[in-house]
Design a protein around this ligand. Structure first.
Ligand code: SF4
Ligand code: SF4
Length: 85
């Protein structure tokens, strides 16, 4: 079952409890308070997660978090898995 729009596994996040995050699909805005453009885009298309999108994996998803040292391919692979479920 999908846990986020982008492929992050929110239920396995060790910080979730500590920062009172409800997880991507259960919150209006990310716990940090700003807008997540991936979440907004995905929900505006009424998709469960990015893997269901015709444009998957778009440039925005493919580059998200790179500047902070995260590897976007992990989330992309997770979206692919959800698409096969
Ligand atoms: S980065 Fe955005 S789409 Fe991904 S889990 Fe967080 S709020 Fe959801
Ligand atoms: S893959 Fe890209 S265009 Fe498609 S819903 Fe996700 S963020 Fe939006």
């Amino acid at each position: 079952m999908y846990e986020s729009r982008c492929g992050v596994l929110c239920n396995s996040c060790e910080r979730k409890e500590g920062v009172h995050c409800k997880g991507c699909i259960n919150m209006e805005k990310p716990f940090w308070g700003g807008e997540c453009k991936v979440k907004s885009c995905c929900e505006s298309k009424k998709l469960n997660h990015c893997g269901e999108c015709d444009e998957f994996p778009c440039d925005m998803l493919s580059n998200m978090g790179k500047d902070q040292g995260y590897d976007p391919s992990v989330k992309i692979e997770q979206c692919k898995k959800w698409s096969l479920e």
